[in-house]
Design a protein around this ligand. Structure first.
Ligand code: PMV
Length: 354
């Protein structure tokens, strides 16, 4: 057999939702019950690097995550691979003597290796960066000509939140209407330069893996929570419009108010699930109280907080000056080696897919 290997490496940052996605209307296609909006982080802090390779010597598709081989039998990997293979095109690399024609892709196998530079499955949206990066790298490897919007609809089938990591800046995931999910994809609201004085600080309260996966949690919430139905129908549609306006106008007061309210409603919906799901812990609650008091004292919001499916706080400061004040407060109220397990602060700003 021929001996060549063709390789592509891509790097994708994670994203943090400011209007949350929680609940699927279709579990296989991963179609959400509401729109969501997120901010994409700087790739230097929380990102995934993925290398994909193809060679006629590979006899099966294989995947490694942080150096450990993982099973590809789950439907999510299979969906992403199938969708990209269906869009693969001819590839020619004269220097290496590689020539792959479209129909060869059905027989060729790929090896994929992915690294996160942050804790996996600890509620820091590792799957968001992971599937976005995998789909982007596979598309480059197989010379699929799809734009990032179309790739986002494929990454969505790996992990819902992944569809928003194909763009930088602020990104909206439209829930879509059609049954096949083709219109459930991400669009950029504003690019990473639009609001570049925001500073994002992630307070790592615990890097342990979460107890309830988002898939299980969402399923139980959809099945048992009446609050979720109210949220999806009545609350989020109005919030999405207001959030887009706040972002476009760089209106930090509205942005912070909407971000905090939406995080709190997401965790309320988790609590409204039977049996209830707890993602935040005492340290998370103390961080919320601390920020709320500060914002109240100043008369106008200084910092916004948001929490995903874990206890870690994502704090968004209006500018460097408030970020410095925030760090001072965190160090004072949550000193390292104290009884809280808050142990590190990751500082980042927004950026774009590289
Ligand atoms: O894409 P998943 O299945 O990891 O779900 C992510 C859910 C949240 O992070 C809690 C919210 C969001 O919109 O990212």
């Amino acid at each position: 057999a021929e001996k060549w290997v063709r390789m592509v490496t891509a790097q994708t940052p994670t994203n943090i939702a400011v209007i949350k996605y929680w609940g699927k209307r279709d579990e296989t296609l991963i179609l959400p019950v509401n729109d969501s909006i997120s901010v994409t982080l700087d790739p230097s802090h929380l990102c995934t690097t993925t290398t994909v390779a193809v060679s006629p010597t590979f006899d099966q598709d294989r995947m490694w995550l942080n150096g450990k081989e993982i099973s590809l039998s789950g439907g999510r990997f299979q969906s992403c691979l199938r969708e990209i293979r269906a869009r693969a095109c001819d590839v020619e690399d004269k220097e290496k003597g590689i020539k792959i024609v479209k129909k060869d892709w059905d027989k060729l196998h790929v090896h994929m290796a992915s690294y996160n530079n942050f804790p996996t499955a600890a509620g820091l949206a590792s799957s968001a960066a992971g599937f976005a990066c995998l789909v982007f790298a596979l598309a480059k490897l197989m010379n699929a000509k799809e734009d990032n919007g179309e790739l986002s609809a494929i990454a969505r089938q790996g992990s819902g939140s992944a569809c928003r990591s194909l763009f930088g800046g602020f990104v909206k995931w439209n829930m879509g209407k059609v049954e096949d999910g083709s219109d459930s994809r991400a669009v950029q609201v504003v690019d990473d330069k639009h609001w570049d004085d925001l500073v994002i600080i992630i307070a790592v309260v615990s890097s342990r893996q979460k107890e309830t996966s988002s898939t299980t949690g969402m399923r139980e919430t959809v099945e048992t929570s009446l609050l979720l139905q109210h949220r999806a129908k009545e609350v989020v549609p109005k919030r999405i419009i207001k959030m887009e306006e706040a972002i476009k106008n760089r209106d930090f007061a509205s942005f912070a108010q909407l971000t905090c309210a939406d995080s709190n409603q997401f965790h309320a919906v988790c609590l409204d699930t039977s049996p209830p799901i707890f993602y935040m812990n005492d340290t998370s609650h103390r961080i919320i109280s601390c920020i709320e008091k500060w914002n109240c004292c100043e008369g106008t919001p200084q910092v916004a907080y948001t929490f995903d499916a874990g206890p870690n706080a994502v704090l968004i400061a209006q500018n460097r000056k408030t970020a410095a004040q925030l760090l001072q407060k965190l160090l004072f109220f949550f000193p390292p080696n104290s009884d809280t397990d808050l142990n590190s602060y990751v500082i980042g700003d927004k950026s774009i897919l590289k």
